[in-house]
Ligand binder design. Structure first.
Ligand SMILES: [Zn+2]
Length: 181
């Protein structure tokens, strides 16, 4: 059972949605100050992902595990993170979290969502998942956007294999050495 969790700065919304889809527990609050982000990372033992070098350095100085994410295509960001943390690059709805709110998804019977899904989708698709957060309840199915998702996943996998054996160029990792006691 992996228990790593992330906290992500406000600039990386797309990265957040992808990580949640792949089953990672990711806190994301757009308007949190750098100070609050770092405090939350410490309190909840989360790894901070950021594209802001100052925030990255500030986190390291507080002994928070942090990673600097270079701006670039999403498949490159996710591919490198997947390699680093051993995140499987496959869609597993049993693990997936709601990209919108971070709560787990649960599988539902098709007829449970009939009134909430556009009729043309309802006719075409059999499998549905609902966000378990009662305030969110967003419904997911492998609709027309699914093709894009699986294409991006393929690109992520390519990124991983391209980077095998090479030193990390796009992802900077940091953690201050622990003080000897
Ligand atoms: Zn949700």
């Amino acid at each position: 059972m992996q228990n790593r969790r992330f906290i992500v700065d406000g600039m990386l919304g797309k990265t957040v949605r992808w990580l949640r889809l792949l089953g990672e527990d990711v806190t994301y609050m757009k308007d949190l100050s750098d100070k609050s982000l770092i405090e939350k990372a410490i309190k909840e033992k989360r790894i901070l992902l950021t594209s802001d070098e100052d925030l990255f350095k500030a986190a390291l100085s507080k002994n928070v595990e942090a990673r600097l994410i270079e701006k670039g295509p999403i498949y490159s960001q996710i591919g490198l993170l997947a390699k680093e943390y051993g995140i499987p690059l496959e869609f597993n709805p049993k693990k997936s979290r709601c990209p919108r709110c971070n709560e787990p998804l649960r599988k539902v019977l098709k007829n449970e969502v009939e009134d909430h899904v556009p009729p043309h989708s309802y006719q075409r698709y059999t499998d549905y998942w609902v966000c378990s957060n009662k305030k969110c309840k967003k419904i997911y199915w492998r609709g027309s956007h699914w093709k894009n998702i699986s294409e991006t996943l393929k690109m992520c996998i390519k990124t991983v294999s391209h980077n095998n054996g090479k030193s990390e160029s796009k992802l900077e990792r940091g953690r201050k050495p622990r003080k000897a006691s």
